[in-house]
Design a protein around this ligand. Structure first.
Ligand SMILES: *Cc1c(COP(=O)(O)O)cnc(C)c1O
Length: 677
C-alpha cells in the first residue's frame, strides 16, 4: 500500500460558515487524532486491493460525553450542550422545583435507541480491531425528538435543536451528491465524523448525508430533519432512499473501493437497488455475494411493507422494477424491505441465538442462510470509572481487558478473595452514589434497594409491567426496607400504544404519592446515552421484561452486567444465552418451542405476579449485604452473582461480535505493523 501524496487532501473540508478552531484541525492533528492515522484509514478504503466494508445504518449512537471526547479549543456551543431535564416522580412537589443537571455535550442526535447504540459500538470495535470499515448514515438536522412529560398524554414530542456546524469533530466536506426524489433532483452535503480506536492508532470514518443544501427547494431541505419521520409513507420511502441509494452514491463520490455492503436493518435495502441498476440478471446475482444484512427484530413494525403506488412517486421506473423483483411481499402490491434485503444478501444474520430460531420461523424461504451472531456492547464505552479502576488493580487477572475482554472471565479466580469482594461492593456503591446524587432533591438514598427500567417505550418491552399491582409493590417495599424505581425512555411520536404506556406509568406514579417514604418512583425525561451510562451502573437491579420472544437481543442488560449490576429478566434475547450463569433472577412467560405467539398478547397479569415474587427474593438478598454484618457480605449470594455478571460480560461485547462478523462475513485484514509509520 503506497501513499498518494499528489491526491487531493482526504479532508476536503467545506469551511463555509463553519465554526472550528485552527488549533483543532491542522497539519498534524484532527481534534486530537493524528492526521497520519486518518490518512492511513482513508488510504485503505481507497485502495481496491484492500478488502473493505461499508456499514449502512439509519441511526448511529455516538456520545462523546461517554467515550472519546473530541475536546475543542473553542467553547462548546450552548445548542450542543445537554439541557437540564425534568422528572416525573411520586414526590410531585420536588418535580416543580428541581431539574436534573448534567453539564455535558449532547450525544450526536442521530439515533433513537438500541439499534443506533449498537451501530455506534460496532464502529468503535471495528476501529479497535483496526479494520478498514466505513459507516454510512444520515445527518439528522433536528435529531429524533425532544421529550416532555405531560400527564394528560404521556409525552409531548418537541423539536430537538442542535448545531452540527459547531459540533466538535463533525465536519462538512466539499463533495456533494445528487439523488432524484420523484422527478426532482436533490443535492446532499456529505459530513464526516471519525471514530477513533481506544488507542488512537486507527479510525473509522462515518459518512453522513444531509439534504439541507441551499440549492434545494424548501421541501427538499427538510428531508433529513427528523429521524424516523413517518407521518406519511412518502417520508418513510424517501428516508430509506436517501440512506440506501444516497449512501451508495456517497461512497462512489468519495472514491472508496468497497468489497462488502452491510445493511444494518432493512432500512438500507435500497443500496442494493442502486448497485443493481443497469446490470443484467447474472451480474445482479453476482452482486448478492457482496451484500450482508442484519435483521434486528421479530416485531411487525420493524419490517417495512411499502405500497407500489407510493414507491412510484419516489423511485424511477427501473428502481421500482428491481425493488419489486427482489422485494416481493407475500401480498401483491407491496415491496417488503426485509425480503428485499434477504434476497439481496448472501449473508443474513439475526442478533442472538433465540432470534435466529425465530427469524427462521418467520422467513422459512431463507432459513438456510440465516445465522445468529449475538449482539454486544463496546466495553471501553460502558465501563464505569470505579470498575475500570478495580479491573486495573488486578492486571494479572484482567490482562488487557480493554481490547481483549475475554480476560474478564478470569474474575472467577477472585471469587473467594475477601478483599476483592469488598472492593467490588464499594465500586458498586460509588456508582450508585454518583447516580443518586443527581436525584438528591427527591430524597433517593444509596442504601435503599434500587431498580431501573430504561429503554425505548415500545409495547412489547412492557414498560409498565412492574406497576401492574402497586399494592404488592408497596407491601414489598414496606416489608424489606424500601424500594426505589427509576424509569426512562421515549416512545416514537406516532406510536400510540407506546405513548399510552408512558401516560399509564405517569398516572400510576402520581397515585403513589402517599407511599413515597418507602416506595419512590421516578421517570427521567429524554433518555439518552449519557443518562444510560449512569443508570446501567448506578442501580442494584436492571429490569428487562420484554414479552418473549419479541426482544431480538437487547443490549442494555449487557452494559449493566459489565458493571456488576444484577438482572431481573424474562427469558428473551441475549439473556437466554446467559441465564445459566446466575446473573440474577429469570421470570415469566416462555413460549413453546417453535411457536412465536402474538406481540399484543402481553400477559401482564401472569408475568407481573412472577416479577414480584422474584423481586422480593432480590430485595431480601440485597438488604442482607447492605444492612447485614460484614461477615454476611463475604458469604453473600449477591456478590457471587455480581462476579458472575462480570464473567458473562467477557462474551457479550462488540469486540467478540465484530470479530465474529469479520470471520464469517467481512473477512477484512487488520492493519499490519509494517503499515505503521
Ligand atoms: C443501550 C441503549 C438502548 C438499548 O436498550 P435495550 O435494553 O437493548 O432495549 C437504548 N437506548 C439507549 C440510550 C441505550 O444506551
Amino acid at each position: 500500500m503506497t501513499r498518494q501524496p499528489d491526491r487531493a487532501p482526504v479532508l476536503d473540508l467545506d469551511v463555509d460558515g463553519f465554526e472550528f478552531d485552527a488549533q483543532d484541525i491542522n497539519e498534524g492533528f484532527f481534534y486530537g487524532i493524528p492526521r497520519a492515522v486518518i490518512q492511513r484509514a482513508e488510504d485503505r478504503l481507497l485502495d481496491p486491493s484492500v478488502r473493505s466494508v461499508a456499514y449502512f445504518s439509519m441511526e448511529f449512537g455516538l456520545a462523546p460525553s461517554v467515550y472519546q471526547p473530541y475536546r475543542s479549543k473553542g467553547a462548546l456551543s450552548p445548542r450542543n450542550r445537554k439541557r437540564d431535564f425534568e422528572v416525573f416522580s411520586n414526590m410531585r412537589q420536588m418535580d416543580y422545583y428541581h431539574l436534573v443537571h448534567l453539564d455535558t455535550v449532547v450525544d450526536i442526535p442521530i439515533y433513537s435507541g438500541g439499534l443506533g447504540v449498537l451501530a455506534g459500538d460496532t464502529l468503535k470495535s471495528a476501529a479497535d480491531l483496526k479494520l478498514p470499515l466505513v459507516g454510512v448514515g444520515i445527518l439528522w438536522n433536528k435529531g429524533y425528538f425532544d421529550q416532555q412529560f405531560c400527564i394528560q398524554y404521556g409525552q409531548l414530542p418537541g423539536e430537538f435543536d442542535w448545531d452540527p456546524r459547531a459540533y466538535p469533530g463533525l465536519v462538512k466536506l466539499k463533495t456533494v451528491v445528487e439523488l432524484h426524489i420523484g422527478r426532482e433532483p436533490v443535492k446532499f452535503h456529505l459530513w464526516k465524523y471519525y471514530v477513533p480506536s481506544f488507542d488512537k492508532e486507527h479510525a473509522v470514518p462515518l459518512v453522513l448525508l444531509d439534504a439541507n443544501h441551499r440549492d434545494n427547494p424548501d421541501w427538499a431541505r427538510e428531508l433529513t430533519d427528523q429521524l424516523y419521520e413517518s407521518s406519511t409513507v412518502w417520508w418513510k420511502i424517501v428516508q430509506r432512499k436517501v440512506l440506501g441509494m444516497g449512501g451508495m452514491r456517497a461512497l462512489r463520490a468519495l472514491g472508496y473501493a468497497i468489497a462488502v455492503f452491510h445493511l444494518n436493518e432493512g432500512h438500507a435495502a435500497f443500496a442494493f437497488v442502486e448497485a443493481a441498476k443497469g446490470k443484467n440478471p447474472d451480474e445482479i446475482e453476482a452482486l448478492t455475494e457482496r451484500f450482508a444484512y442484519t435483521c434486528h427484530t421479530p416485531v411487525e413494525a420493524g419490517h417495512d411493507r411499502l405500497p407500489l403506488d407510493a414507491l412510484a412517486a419516489v423511485l424511477s421506473a427501473d428502481e421500482l422494477e428491481i425493488s419489486q423483483r427482489y422485494g416481493q411481499d407475500e401480498r401483491p402490491g407491496r415491496v417488503n424491505l426485509t425480503i428485499l434485503a434477504m434476497n439481496a444478501s448472501k449473508y443474513v444474520n439475526a442478533v442472538a441465538k433465540k432470534h435466529e430460531e425465530v427469524t427462521k420461523i418467520q422467513f422459512p424461504n431463507h432459513e438456510k442462510k440465516i445465522r445468529g451472531i449475538t449482539n454486544g456492547i463496546h466495553i471501553p464505552t460502558w465501563i464505569s470509572r470505579p470498575f475500570e479502576q478495580l479491573f486495573n488493580e488486578y492486571p494479572l487477572v484482567f490482562e488487557n481487558w480493554k481490547d481483549s475482554p475475554d480476560s474478564l472471565q478470569q474474575v472467577a479466580r477472585l471469587r473467594d478473595d475477601r478483599v476483592f469482594r469488598e472492593k467490588l461492593w464499594n465500586a458498586h456503591k460509588q456508582n450508585k452514589a454518583g447516580l443518586l446524587d443527581l436525584l438528591r432533591p427527591w430524597g433517593m438514598q444509596d442504601d435503599v434497594f434500587t431498580i431501573a427500567w430504561a429503554r425505548r417505550a415500545a409495547p412489547y418491552k412492557r414498560p409498565s409491567l412492574i406497576l401492574q399491582r402497586t399494592d404488592r409493590l408497596v407491601e414489598l417495599a414496606k416489608k424489606h426496607g424500601g424500594v426505589q424505581i427509576i424509569f426512562a425512555g421515549k416512545a416514537h411520536p406516532n406510536d400510540y400504544a407506546g405513548t399510552s404506556n408512558i401516560r399509564e406509568i405517569l398516572r400510576i406514579i402520581d397515585s403513589l404519592e402517599e407511599h413515597r417514604y418507602y416506595l419512590k418512583a421516578i421517570f427521567l425525561e429524554n433518555y439518552d446515552t449519557a443518562v444510560a451510562r449512569l443508570l446501567i451502573s448506578g442501580v442494584d437491579v436492571w429490569l428487562n421484561n420484554p414479552l418473549p420472544p419479541f426482544e431480538a437481543s437487547g443490549t442494555s442488560g449487557m452494559k449493566a452486567v459489565l458493571n456488576g449490576v444484577l438482572q431481573l429478566s424474562t427469558m428473551d434475547g441475549w439473556v437466554v444465552e446467559a441465564a445459566d450463569n446466575e446473573i440474577g433472577e429469570i421470570f415469566g412467560h416462555r413460549p413453546v418451542q417453535g411457536e412465536i405467539g402474538h406481540e399484543l398478547d402481553l400477559k401482564l397479569r401472569e408475568d407481573s405476579s412472577s416479577l414480584y415474587d422474584k423481586l422480593e427474593l432480590m430485595a431480601q438478598d440485597y438488604y442482607q449485604v447492605e444492612r447485614g454484618p460484614a461477615a454476611d457480605r463475604h458469604a453473600s449470594k449477591w456478590i457471587d452473582r455480581m462476579i458472575h455478571c462480570i464473567e458473562v460480560a467477557s462474551y457479550f461485547n462488540t469486540s467478540r461480535m465484530v470479530a465474529q462478523y469479520n470471520r464469517s462475513i467481512w473477512r477484512m485484514a487488520p492493519i499490519r505493523h509494517e503499515d505503521f509509520s
